[in-house]
Design a protein around this ligand. Structure first.
Ligand SMILES: *[C@@H]1O[C@H](CO)[C@@H](O)[C@H](O)[C@H]1NC(C)=O
Ligand SMILES: *[C@@H]1O[C@H](CO)[C@@H](O)[C@H](O)[C@H]1NC(C)=O
Ligand SMILES: *[C@@H]1O[C@H](CO)[C@@H](O)[C@H](O)[C@H]1NC(C)=O
Ligand SMILES: *[C@@H]1O[C@H](CO)[C@@H](O)[C@H](O)[C@H]1NC(C)=O
Ligand SMILES: *[C@@H]1O[C@H](CO)[C@@H](O)[C@H](O)[C@H]1NC(C)=O
Ligand SMILES: *[C@@H]1O[C@H](CO)[C@@H](O)[C@H](O)[C@H]1NC(C)=O
Ligand SMILES: *[C@@H]1O[C@H](CO)[C@@H](O)[C@H](O)[C@H]1NC(C)=O
Ligand SMILES: *[C@@H]1O[C@H](CO)[C@@H](O)[C@H](O)[C@H]1NC(C)=O
Ligand SMILES: *[C@@H]1O[C@H](CO)[C@@H](O)[C@H](O)[C@H]1NC(C)=O
Ligand SMILES: *[C@@H]1O[C@H](CO)[C@@H](O)[C@H](O)[C@H]1NC(C)=O
Ligand SMILES: *[C@@H]1O[C@H](CO)[C@@H](O)[C@H](O)[C@H]1NC(C)=O
Length: 568
């Protein structure tokens, strides 16, 4: 840690940024780390990405939203203005918000921003490097947009484990419906499935017309301009609703280099599966002859391709010396409808590059993660949606999460009783599923083993706010104690969003050193909406002041709504 502060002092301008916290007589100042301020206006706009006019959510009039790009350890001050007609919260996915769940932007820890109001998020991207994204976290809004990329750059003093790329290219891929988030929400409330998406967007645009039968005329498509011979860092995010996507670039290798803030062992792939909520960096060299443009494809995974043909995103890679349009069929997807081991093996092959200098020293100090004793084991099981008290709900360990009226940390701070329970079970409950505000009482500085067991029928990805975790195991079947024998205790990758195959499990290790209350959720928007989430609350039993106090602009709601002073 000491070395880190020294680096930050050498490399950054001496700027002083102070946050004045209410309830604190002194000011907390983050010396030496520069800041970046932004203003984000969330509003609606009518666009027709798939040829059908619909209301989408734009950020500063952009769809997808603008890039947030800073160097590690910067302080970000982002004033979010809500010009939607309903509540908004923005989650900064993958940003760890050290000691600061007040800024995390999820409903369990933050009051929503009412329409017409604004909230200024203030947080530091502490000891992190890599590719992340922001998104609206409530009301199913991500299905209408409001998403944008975040890049946290290395400082010069921490070199990249590869040659500096000639450019960065952000690619947001995701399944898309021509119904907006309100209509989709209404379907879920009416106990319906959402059905097959209407397409896949790449950077907010519909498919290139690679086939005149399948793609209507007149759609705007994404065209990526590149120069021959150069190497670009493609940062690809699946920001969709529920569809796993296979990503590929015709005739080009994808050299996997980073995922969600950690450098991977660099490996070439021709196609790569990216699940909802996941982010990857690929180094792609423009080593082809440019006789034509090339297709960039994101196609639905684990589905019947002939039925799901239109659920395919197609963009164009255009060399500056290109001699013509891309023509002919798209590059082939993996052909494994009946055999998902290829995808599982690909996921397992993503390993950490142990010799690459990361953003952050090993949180366990001198211990290698594989040698640390596990303090707690949680098995978190997802089941398909069911009916609870007449509503369609989805559960984790038999509990469908209900957001607290008063956000958890706010309730703790102001001593609101009965707001939530810390009885989330460490094993799946048998018996009747229930709806509850049940969270995990975590062991501060414990080293937890969390097993996500997916007994749902769909592919899922799970995410934990506030942490990165080591992905130690992944397989089909039901996890047992013996499954530990297969764990990767040597070079498991660290990241924050991991896929869990239907009928399978994924095990992660996480060092619980971040005070606050942190969301654990499925990234599949419909399942999340139906209650597949919980929180883990961590309190430093020795020194309660290590967590940041509530910021001066904290918003109040629920039992504390009367304390809210701000009037727009
Ligand atoms: C709303 O924006 C103003 C500046 O325009 C800022 O002073 C205020 O703190 C913001 N409100 C909240 C709740 O962050
Ligand atoms: C990141 O490291 C590379 C060297 O590997 C350096 O060229 C680059 O300037 C660094 N990035 C920043 C933002 O300092
Ligand atoms: C790992 O990182 C090192 C050091 O930055 C780099 O030289 C090496 O190529 C990387 N190896 C792989 C397999 O990614
Ligand atoms: C376009 O797609 C249709 C439907 O899959 C297929 O029958 C046809 O052969 C394709 N056309 C071309 C030119 O590939
Ligand atoms: C990856 O493929 C590129 C060609 O596209 C090649 O130049 C490079 O050496 C390969 N790297 C590895 C680590 O296999
Ligand atoms: C360019 O590359 C393509 C695909 O590798 C190949 O089919 C074609 O013959 C090449 N054209 C020239 C002019 O080299
Ligand atoms: C995919 O769907 C088509 C059309 O319904 C059907 O003919 C075909 O058998 C299906 N393929 C598989 C692999 O199930
Ligand atoms: C783990 O537990 C074993 C047995 O209790 C102990 O010998 C070992 O030192 C512990 N390892 C660490 C890293 O604490
Ligand atoms: C949570 O766990 C800690 C010990 O880790 C314990 O001291 C505390 O009482 C627990 N809180 C509740 C509400 O159960
Ligand atoms: C979960 O799935 C496994 C494997 O399909 C099955 O054996 C088990 O009974 C399922 N458990 C529940 C609670 O559905
Ligand atoms: C699995 O291990 C735990 C302790 O780690 C033990 O309590 C439990 O009984 C074991 N379960 C089985 C089925 O062996």
């Amino acid at each position: 840690m000491a070395a880190f502060w020294a680096w930050s002092k050498i490399s950054s301008k001496f700027l002083l940024l102070c946050f004045l916290f209410s309830g604190l007589l002194s000011m907390l100042c983050f010396a030496a780390d520069p800041y970046d301020t932004d203003e984000f206006v969330y509003s609606y706009k009518t666009l027709s990405p798939l040829g059908v006019p619909q209301q989408v959510i734009v950020v500063n009039d952009q769809f997808p939203g603008p890039l947030v790009r800073v160097t590690t350890n910067y302080n970000l001050v982002i004033n979010v203005k809500n010009k939607l007609d309903e509540d908004l919260l923005v989650n900064w996915e993958g940003i760890q918000m050290r000691h600061n769940s007040w800024e995390d932007g999820v409903r369990g820890t933050n009051c929503p921003i009412p329409p017409g109001w604004n909230f200024t998020y203030k947080f530091q991207v502490k000891d992190q490097i890599g590719s992340f994204f922001y998104h609206p976290s409530i009301n199913f809004q991500r299905a209408s947009g409001g998403v944008g990329p975040i890049i946290v750059d290395n400082r010069t003093i921490i070199p990249l484990p590869f040659n500096k790329p000639d450019g960065d290219i952000d690619i947001m891929i995701g399944d898309w419906y021509t119904r907006d988030h309100k209509a989709l929400r209404a379907d879920l409330e009416a106990r319906k499935d959402l059905g097959m998406p209407d397409g896949v967007l790449i950077n907010g645009k519909g498919p290139y017309r690679y086939n005149e039968t399948l793609v209507p005329a007149g759609l705007a498509y994404e065209k990526i301009m590149v120069d021959p011979g150069k190497t670009y860092r493609f940062r690809v995010h699946n920001i969709g609703i529920s569809t796993s996507l296979n990503f590929r670039i015709q005739n080009h290798n994808l050299l996997l280099a980073e995922t969600e803030g950690f450098y991977t062992s660099q490996t070439n792939f021709t196609t790569f599966d990216i699940h909802v909520g996941q982010s990857y960096s690929f180094l792609v060299t423009m080593d082809q002859n440019a006789s034509t443009d090339y297709y960039i494809v994101a196609s639905a995974r684990f589905v019947n391709e002939s039925l799901w043909q239109r659920v395919t995103g197609v963009a164009i890679l255009h060399y500056s010396n290109s001699k013509g349009d891309a023509t002919g069929p798209l590059p082939d997807p993996p052909n494994d409808f009946y055999d998902k081991t290829w995808s599982l093996n690909q996921a397992r092959s993503v390993r950490q590059n142990g010799s690459a200098s990361g953003a952050r020293p090993n949180p366990q100090g001198s211990f290698h993660y594989g040698n640390i004793n596990v303090s707690d084991t949680y098995i978190i099981q997802s089941l398909p949606p069911t009916t609870i008290r007449g509503k369609r709900r989805a559960t984790l360990n038999g509990i469908s999460f209900v957001n607290p009226a008063t956000p958890i940390r706010l309730a703790d701070w102001k001593d609101v009783k009965g707001d939530y329970k810390v009885d989330f079970p460490s094993r799946p409950l048998t018996g009747r599923p229930r709806m509850d505000t049940s969270i995990i009482n975590g062991t501060f500085k414990g080293f937890a083993e969390i097993i996500f067991q997916n007994n749902d029928t769909v592919m899922q990805s799970f995410h934990i706010d506030g942490f990165s975790f080591y992905v130690v195991g992944m397989d089909y079947g039901v996890w047992t104690n013996d499954s530990r024998g297969s764990y990767n205790k040597w070079d498991a990758v660290a990241r924050c969003t991991i896929q869990v195959f239907p009928g399978g499990w994924t095990a992660v290790y996480v060092y619980l050193d971040n005070e606050g209350a942190w969301n654990i959720r499925t990234e599949n928007l419909d399942r999340w909406y139906l209650g597949q989430e919980t929180y883990i609350r961590l309190v430093n039993p020795e020194d309660k002041t290590t967590e940041y106090p509530a910021p001066d602009n904290v918003m109040y709601c629920g039992a504390l709504a009367g304390l809210q002073k701000y009037v727009p």
